[in-house]
Ligand binder design. Structure first.
Ligand SMILES: Cc1cc2nc3c(=O)[nH]c(=O)nc-3n(C[C@H](O)[C@H](O)[C@H](O)COP(=O)(O)OP(=O)(O)OC[C@H]3O[C@@H](n4cnc5c(N)ncnc54)[C@H](O)[C@@H]3O)c2cc1C
Ligand SMILES: NC(=O)c1ccc[n+]([C@@H]2O[C@H](COP(=O)([O-])OP(=O)(O)OC[C@H]3O[C@@H](n4cnc5c(N)ncnc54)[C@H](OP(=O)(O)O)[C@@H]3O)[C@@H](O)[C@H]2O)c1
Length: 488
């Protein structure tokens, strides 16, 4: 935890050094970007923060990731954080530049020239791949694509997954994203209709013939990556039969140690055991969710009847190995098994993408950093940092953690920035063009910029349209419409 008193002291010392504001550009307006901006503005009186985002809408995965049926929960987390982030954006020392993409609208070198410091928090907008045969067959999607589709991300509104030619979907991975996706496929659409799910997705789900979903993990029920609250939510889905093989629930001494050391793992295991033993599997004709363990994907199979389309997934049965019971790994047994399906969703983790002039660790899919300071070169004995360049959120840590995790992550990055200010590494002695320079450059490139006022117009229009249908909002899902409403 950062010592706030110390940070304020540094900040006061900094204000007396120079009369120029320290200009910081934050790239990405998800939780990591907004928490960093909030902390910077609170801690340093003379800092100005501009936030750019490639979308005309702010808030990152809070808008395009969090499942539409989650805001119904009592805490209504997305609403709480978007209200908090809105107050940050309305701070007079903060500006939002939407529809500005690092890498295409502007380069990193240009941003670094215009600002004293740049904080990169542009998330993870690609996917891990399995590297197994058949991965490109039609009918296979990354969970990210499917999530963006049902959440109305303008890049994926035309995904149009075929939900009508099959009654079975296989989801690979057992994290919280996999549970979200399974719930959306299986939940009664009358319930989804009350949420802000994108209208094109609701229409497709209403016509969907999918009745059976397999959630497949390469390890066992003790290692399922989901958390208890999210698991409880899907187990409680109306009219849903839950199927779990009792044999998969047998634990080993290593599993017992793992559960002893991790309360969440124990809770998840207990919930799965209870669901298996209380006969959640009800009468036929209902929707079914099958939890399948100890199966690693080995290949995607082409359909016999529908040429060139997905027909199933081949799995290799696994067993767990590992001296360290805290990281038991799945090892193939050489025994294979197929599950027929017409839709497969790979929910095995997101992946960040590199941009020009930025050090990038392709193996980990992150920007190499220590505590948020970007490393110019991590391979040498002496760590060399990129002056004035920082990173936060999924781009810094990898694609794990809930919204709140990014708050601690932002505090850590802020501590590096404050430290660099104190040491005089980061100064505003020579004035930087900041937002005026950025606006000028973007204007010269005919780039339409969406201000925070522009986003508030989108917000108001979405709420107005939602109100007519008795739902929280009706999302605008095309670039044209978003920009038209924001800029008119
Ligand atoms: C499907 C899903 C559901 C989730 N549900 C929950 C939940 O219910 N509760 C919870 O607590 N956590 C949830 N999480 C986790 C949470 O959303 C993340 O921890 C968090 O959003 C990560 O924050 P971030 O700022 O690093 O990235 P993001 O939220 O992804 O924000 C990145 C931002 O950068 C922008 N960007 C990308 N590229 C560029 C570029 N080149 N130039 C400019 N801008 C760019 C993007 O448009 C985006 O706005 C969920 C995650 C996923 C994937
Ligand atoms: N409601 C919420 O709070 C909420 C909702 C959604 C997401 N989130 C958060 O967002 C983060 C990302 O979630 P996520 O579900 O994308 O990631 P995750 O929690 O890391 O889960 C990834 C899953 O994919 C599996 N996997 C990875 N590589 C694989 C491979 N090669 N073959 C087969 N399986 C593989 C993992 O299995 P192994 O364990 O064996 O590696 C795991 O089951 C998480 O921190 C999550 O909690 C939160």
């Amino acid at each position: 935890m950062v010592n706030l008193m110390k940070l304020r002291l540094i900040s006061r010392r900094f204000s007396s050094f120079s009369s120029n504001p320290l200009r910081v550009c934050v790239v990405g307006s998800g939780p990591a970007g907004f928490y960093t901006a909030e902390k910077l503005l609170k801690t340093h009186e003379r800092v100005e923060v501009d936030i750019i985002d490639r979308l005309p809408t702010p808030f990152g995965l809070v808008r395009s990731g969090v499942a539409p049926d989650h805001p119904e929960t009592k805490e209504n987390l997305p609403q709480i954080v978007t209200n908090q982030f809105t107050r940050v954006a309305q701070n007079e020392r903060c500006s939002f530049f939407g529809n500005v993409s690092l890498g295409s609208s502007i380069t990193l070198a240009e941003l670094r020239e215009m600002y004293n410091a740049v904080v990169l928090s542009y998330g993870a907008e690609s996917d891990r791949s399995l590297g197994i045969p058949g991965e490109k067959l039609p009918g296979i999607y990354a969970a990210r694509e499917f999530v963006w589709w049902y959440n109305g991300h303008p890049d994926y509104r035309d995904l149009d997954p075929d939900l009508k030619s099959t009654d079975t979907a296989v989801i690979l991975g057992q994290g919280n994203v996999a549970l979200d996706v399974a719930r959306i496929l299986l939940r009664p659409t009358a319930e989804l209709a009350k949420t802000d799910i994108a209208v094109h997705a609701l229409n497709a789900l209403e016509e969907s013939s999918i009745r059976k979903v397999y959630l497949v993990g390469r390890r066992g029920p003790v290692q399922a990556a989901c958390t208890a609250k999210e698991l409880r939510e899907i187990l409680g889905t109306k009219d849903l039969g839950i199927h779990i093989q009792q044999a998969d629930l047998v634990t080993t001494p290593a599993d017992e140690i793992e559960m002893k050391n991790n309360r969440i793992r124990r809770r998840v295991y207990e919930l799965l055991s209870k669901a298996a033993s209380t006969g959640h599997a009800r009468v036929p004709s209902q929707r079914e969710l099958h939890f399948v363990f100890f199966r690693k994907p080995d290949g995607f199979l082409e359909s016999d009847g529908r040429n060139g389309q997905l027909g199933g997934v081949r799995f290799e049965k696994t067993t767990l190995k590992g001296d360290d019971e805290l990281k038991q790994v799945a090892v193939g047994t050489g025994v294979h098994e197929d599950i027929s399906c017409g839709l497969a969703l790979k929910s095995i983790g997101y992946k960040s993408v590199p941009i020009e002039d930025l050090p990038f660790d392709s193996y980990k899919g992150i920007v190499p950093n220590i505590g948020g300071r970007v490393l110019a070169d991590a391979s040498q004995d002496h760590m060399k940092y990129e002056t004035g360049l920082y990173v936060c959120g999924w781009l810094k840590r990898g694609p794990t953690g809930i919204i709140g995790t990014n708050l601690y992550c932002a505090e850590e990055t802020l501590a590096c920035i404050s430290d660099d200010i104190e040491k005089g590494i980061l100064t505003s002695n020579s004035p930087k063009p900041g937002k005026e320079g950025l606006a000028h450059l973007l204007d010269s490139r005919n780039q339409r910029v969406v201000s925070f006022d522009g986003w508030e117009k989108i917000d108001a229009e979405e709420k107005r349209r939602g109100n007519l249908k008795n739902k929280p909002r009706e999302k605008l899902t095309t670039w044209e419409e978003l920009l038209k409403v924001a800029c008119e």
